[in-house]
Design a protein. Structure first.
Length: 669
């Protein structure tokens, strides 16, 4: 049975690819008829994807029980002596990622049935969802760097389609272009690094690349700076995909896509692909401490950057987006300090509780539209929320569970994974620990700010003054359609939306127990490819654990207390604080001005450069071509009088030429 399971593991990504192809062909060939089959289309996608989920769980369970890793390859292309192999691999890391991707994806698909129920692009949305899931599953099963790159680009394409799903909105169209261009910068670095490593090692296999690169460094056949350069270039790919500084700017804007996309792509799966690639490249990167330091400090700075911007965001999805950037920074930092298992453990726990938080925000937006209409500016602004717990109790409870998990409050999942990262950061570099510890406090503050503003206090959705202020800030005016539903109270979302929330709340609460520091089953299962399972079992010390856990929980409680005093009890005025420290407030509100700098330097700068190039093209290149044409015309016009076909005229020219030469010869002599 197990042999059959592994031989047909390739069906895991192929099944959602097939369902996407069926819907896509239907939309292209029979658009109107296919769009009418809304429920059958979603049922088809979800039911077929359930097969992938079952296969993924079965493969994970087999790996958990100790089945050896399985790789199946076939020759894809040959050029001379070189043969490019493609296939799939099922090992501990791949099976874990398959379960994470498939469980979150199917819950998001179920949720989308309710969230997108009235959207005219409902069938197209499910086709996009399916092709994204296929691309992500293909990525995590890839056995070499070339195949990873192929699916890496497919994931990027699916992300572009989903972010710009509502392409008729200018903001969504701009956001998907921004995401696409920013990711191309990182992907170009990844491509250069990938080709450089192949030039040096002659292989795209992760383990072989690592072993050969180490041999080349030991023998001095390759300069160390060159190996470091290749490592940093490869890391540029994860920097873009996992939204790390300085290529993090696309992720908050990507919230223009439908909320289920934010949960699937920008919380649980695609953004985690960068962390996954760093894990796969571990045999190459680990022997290069310079690259590992770059990775660690990039992650640490990004974690702090995201956490420092989130407290001033009023859009609930933008707040969660910066939270995601911050948490991804923790994972990248963990990989950089060698906390391989801890980084991947946080990837798993974060996937569940952050996906749930994003889906909760979608539920809130869905409920708010009854009060403020279908204007995303109003329905997503937390200044118009408040008191939603009594209208949306299931959403509120699930959001609270996710908030406690991300804040690192025991016994929720985020506590065990984040505490493991913080304790290993302290051992590796105290400076990294200080920054990440302060970031943990900021995380608790802004997450409970989100919770209190949304679910506690009085409902502010009917306050026309706040609505006008928000619309004035956004420089838009409310339309008649947006005001159509005003006055209705918010309501709980339908079962298709609340069921996935409850299901995600379960792992958000209990999945952390597989990584208990005194009996770390996760670390025994997921360990660096450069080590064996016996080498990673660390000696547990209660005193050290209680001290580090107490310090991390302590800073989280301080953050929660401050949020409560400011946004629940009203004892500290946020506006007074903002007025007292206007520079700091504006610095955070304007996202460290990084977006503005990029706008001026890259967007406006590239437009100016393009205009200058057009001028050069017009005046120099076109001028040279036009001058050539003019000379040709003038010379042709002159020559036509000499070429008249009369022999007497030609004889006269010959006589004049001979006479001229004779006179010239006489003068010279």
């Amino acid at each position: 049975m197990e042999k059959f399971l592994y031989e047909y593991a390739w069906l895991v990504p192929v099944i959602p690819l097939f369902s996407s192809m069926v819907l896509g062909l239907g939309l292209i060939s029979f658009n109107k008829a296919t769009n009418k089959l809304r429920k059958p289309a979603s049922l088809f996608v979800i039911s077929t994807f359930a097969i992938s989920l079952v296969l993924s769980v079965a493969l994970f369970w087999s790996q958990w029980q100790g089945h050896p890793s399985y790789t199946r390859m076939l020759e894809w292309a040959r050029a001379g002596s070189y043969s490019l192999q493609m296939g799939y691999t099922v090992d501990h890391l791949a099976s874990l990622m398959m379960v994470i991707v498939s469980t979150v994806a199917i819950l998001v698909m179920i949720y989308s049935d309710g969230y997108m129920a009235h959207d005219p692009g409902y069938v197209r949305f499910f086709a996009y969802l399916s092709i994204f899931a296929a691309s992500m599953l293909g990525l995590v099963m890839s056995p070499n760097l070339v195949q990873v790159y192929v699916f890496w680009e497919l994931v990027g394409m699916a992300s572009y389609l989903l972010i710009g799903f509502w392409y008729e909105r200018k903001s969504a169209a701009d956001a998907c272009q921004k995401a696409f261009v920013t990711n191309r910068v990182g992907d170009f670095g990844l491509l250069l690094g990938m080709l450089g490593l192949y030039w040096a090692t002659g292989s795209f296999d992760f383990q072989v690349m690592g072993e050969r690169l180490q041999e080349l460094l030991q023998t001095g056949e390759i300069a160390r700076w060159l190996a470091v350069l290749f490592g940093i270039l490869v890391f540029l790919g994860p920097v873009a995909k996992s939204a790390q500084f300085p290529l993090h700017v696309w992720l908050p804007d990507a919230m223009e896509g439908p909320t289920p996309i934010s949960a699937l792509i920008h919380a649980a799966t695609m953004v985690a692909a960068g962390v996954f690639l760093v894990a796969k490249m571990y045999p190459v990167l680990q022997p290069l401490p310079e690259v590992m330091n770059v990775i660690a400090w990039t992650g640490c700075f990004t974690a702090f950057l995201g956490a420092s911007i989130a407290p001033t965001q009023n859009d609930i999805k933008k707040g969660l987006a910066y939270s995601t950037i911050s948490q991804l920074g923790y994972m990248i930092m963990a990989m950089g300090i060698g906390a391989y298992s801890a980084g991947l453990f946080h990837l798993m726990t974060h996937a569940y509780f952050k996906a749930m938080l994003f889906l909760c925000s979608g539920s809130v937006i869905h409920g708010m539209e009854a009060a403020v209409g279908h204007n995303p500016i109003l329905s997503q602004d937390m200044r118009l929320m408040g008191g939603l717990r009594k209208y949306m109790p299931i959403t509120a409870i699930c959001f609270l569970i996710g908030t406690l998990a991300i804040c690192g409050i025991p016994p929720f999942a985020g506590f065990w994974s984040k505490d493991e990262i913080l304790s290993q950061a302290f051992e590796a570099n105290p400076a990294l620990w200080v920054v990440s510890w302060l970031t943990a406090g900021l995380t608790a503050f802004y997450m409970f700010r989100l919770y209190f503003l949304t679910f506690e206090g009085d409902f502010r959705g009917f306050d026309k003054t706040i609505q006008e202020k928000i619309l004035k800030e956004a420089a838009i005016a409310a339309t008649e359609e947006e005001n159509h539903h005003h006055g209705e109270k918010p309501h709980e979302s339908p079962l298709t939306m609340t069921f996935p929330l409850v299901m995600l709340a379960i792992p958000s609460t209990v999945v952390g127990f597989v990584g208990l520091p005194w009996h770390n089953l996760f670390e025994e299962f997921i360990y660096p490819p450069t080590e064996t399972t016996t080498e990673v079992v660390h000696q547990f010390q209660w005193g050290e654990f209680l001290t580090m856990a107490g310090i991390s929980v302590g800073i989280a409680l301080i953050g929660i207390t401050l949020a409560s005093l400011m946004y629940l009890q009203g004892k500290i005025s946020p506006s007074a604080l903002a007025a007292k420290f206007p520079a700091l407030y504006q610095f955070s509100l304007n996202k460290w001005y990084i977006d503005d700098i990029y706008e001026r330097v890259f967007v406006i700068g590239s437009r100016r450069l393009a205009r200058a190039i057009i001028e050069v093209d017009y005046k120099v290149v076109d001028g040279a071509v036009n001058l050539t044409g003019l000379i040709t015309i003038i010379s042709g016009e002159g020559l036509k009088y000499l070429e008249n076909g009369r022999a007497q005229f030609y004889a006269l020219i010959v006589f004049a030429a001979v006479l001229g030469f004779a006179i010239a010869f006489t003068v010279i002599s």
